[in-house]
Design a protein around this ligand. Structure first.
Ligand SMILES: Cc1cc2nc3c(=O)[nH]c(=O)nc-3n(C[C@H](O)[C@H](O)[C@H](O)COP(=O)(O)OP(=O)(O)OC[C@H]3O[C@@H](n4cnc5c(N)ncnc54)[C@H](O)[C@@H]3O)c2cc1C
Length: 459
């Protein structure tokens, strides 16, 4: 069988029977192509509106399979996607007609409780890592959705309930096994390949395929004080102002997020989400002002298992809903932004706003210490949109862009893990780090094999 596949330049090329047979016999994992019984299952990713049909899906079982897939794609000039958890909203983990390096069969997590480290295979979700580390009352920063892949999340930065306390997920990396575009397997750490180690902490999938991660772990009580307090429409502005004051004075053990969405009563409102991960006794005192504030219609703050908190907002791992996200970093909640959020950008049945906390330990590192450069933001503000009908895709995206255009001027840079590709390129978003990244991209991926991401063009 010959497959008509997409090339890096977007043209078509025939991949012949002999090439397919050779790849199939050279990998230990499965090679799935159109027509195979498992093709439809293997090609699906999280976002329901990403319905693409790759030419070849290599379901890798280890670094050797990844090497084979990288060498195959490079020698034939095929378009490549790297798929960790498949959770990218724009669908970078798949493509139309090219080759997908699928790491989802690789999900093992090995915890060394004494050394406080976790060795994690690159197809693991947050849920797999949290479950293994919390058995030892340990944790590292991961995202707020438990079925997100740790790979994409960590390489782009990695915000979560613990980032104010322990830094970003990428700040807790000790080393990574990486297959670069030349097919070499490299150990990348502060000591080995330090330039690459710098670049992959924020540079996403631009520099190679990570096959495993070694994370630093921290003691974390399996029970945290957590919940949300929901305020009705009449108190939205007050609630936003209270939230702004609370994050300004919050200790690092306290994470505070703001959501503007419908309350249980079906009316638009404001919800303040908190997770206090420090000592249980001091948590009560820290949260006292919030417990006393305003006239909320709901308050769920209670001792809660950290694992349950990590699953609070989980969508299905393969979601039939169509999602569209826009985001940007907030450096300051100016009165203009507060007014816009309180009075103009109302949640509706298709969209909500979520401000995820940043700052704290994230800001401890200098801006040039890793490729991730947005260290002095206080929040990652997101417009989250969703609908069910494919006919809503175009009007839904247009409405989202119109809403976002009002908020964008209050943001400075964006989180590469959320947005779809910026037609103006990624240069400005990496600030002072960009030219070093472009030079390293040229050194390690001169043909831009890994381009389905917030792409850094080789210098
Ligand atoms: C509903 C929702 C909630 C989210 N919440 C958070 C959150 O709380 N905190 C946060 O920080 N982010 C959050 N994100 C963003 C999340 O970090 C990204 O979607 C991330 O890319 C997901 O990683 P993945 O491996 O599942 O993605 P995939 O779709 O598999 O891959 C996405 C990108 O990562 C790269 N990549 C994936 N695996 C590898 C690998 N092994 N080697 C090299 N490159 C790789 C790919 O090239 C691709 O560009 C959220 C996203 C959504 C949709």
């Amino acid at each position: 069988m010959t497959i008509s596949a997409t090339t890096l330049e977007g043209s078509r090329t025939n991949v012949n029977d002999a090439d397919i047979a050779s790849l199939r016999s050279n990998v230990r994992g499965e090679l799935v192509v159109a027509g195979d019984a498992r093709y439809d299952e293997a090609r699906r990713v999280w976002n329901g509106n990403v319905d693409r049909r790759p030419g070849l899906i290599v379901r890798c079982t280890g670094a050797a399979d990844v090497q084979q897939a990288v060498n195959f794609a490079r020698s034939l000039g095929l378009l490549v996607s790297i798929r960790g958890g498949g959770h990218s909203a724009p669908g970078y983990g798949t493509n139309e007609g090219g080759l997908v390096i699928d790491l989802s069969p690789m999900r093992s997590v090995l915890v060394s409780a004494d050394a406080r480290t976790a060795h994690v295979a690159a197809g693991a979700w947050g849920a797999h890592v949290d479950a293994a580390t919390q058995k030892h009352a340990l944790a590292t920063t991961l995202g707020q959705i438990s079925n997100t892949g740790v790979a994409g999340l960590t390489l782009g930065g990695g915000f979560g309930w613990l980032s104010r306390r322990f830094g970003l997920a990428c700040d807790n990396l000790m080393s990574v096994e990486l297959v670069t575009a030349d097919g070499k397997v490299r150990r990348v750490s502060e000591r080995d390949e330090p330039d690459l180690f710098w670049a992959i902490r924020g540079g996403g999938g631009n520099f190679g395929v990570a096959t495993s991660f070694d994370y630093r772990l921290h003691p974390l009580n399996p029970t945290v004080l957590a919940g949300h307090v929901d305020f009705p429409a009449a108190q939205v502005k007050d609630a936003i102002e209270f939230y702004v004051a609370l994050i300004a004075s919050a200790p690092r053990e306290l994470s505070v997020d703001l959501s503007l969405e419908f309350n249980d009563d079906g009316e638009p409102g404001a919800q303040i989400y908190v997770v206090y991960s420090g000592d249980a006794n001091s948590g009560g005192k820290v949260l006292e002002p919030l417990q006393r504030f305003g006239k909320p219609i709901k308050n769920t703050i209670a001792p809660t298992s950290y694992l349950a908190v990590q699953m609070w907002s989980d969508p299905p791992p393969i979601d039939p809903k169509h999602h569209y996200l826009k985001g940007g970093f907030v450096r300051e909640y100016s009165s203009g932004l507060i007014k816009l959020l309180a009075d103009e950008i109302r949640p509706d049945n298709q969209s909500s706003i979520y401000c995820q906390n940043a700052n704290g330990a994230v800001a401890d590192m200098p801006q040039t210490a890793t490729a991730f450069s947005h260290r002095n933001a206080i929040a990652n503000m997101m417009l989250l949109c969703q609908w069910s009908e494919p006919s809503q895709d175009e009007p839904g995206r247009a409405a989202a862009r119109a809403k976002w255009s009002k908020l964008a001027s209050f943001t400075d840079g964006y989180y590469v893990n959320l947005n779809d590709a910026d037609p103006k390129g990624t240069d400005g978003n990496y600030g002072a780090n960009f030219s070093r990244m472009a030079t390293l991209k040229k050194q390690f991926d001169p043909m831009n094999l890994f381009r389905l991401n917030a792409n850094i063009r080789p210098a």
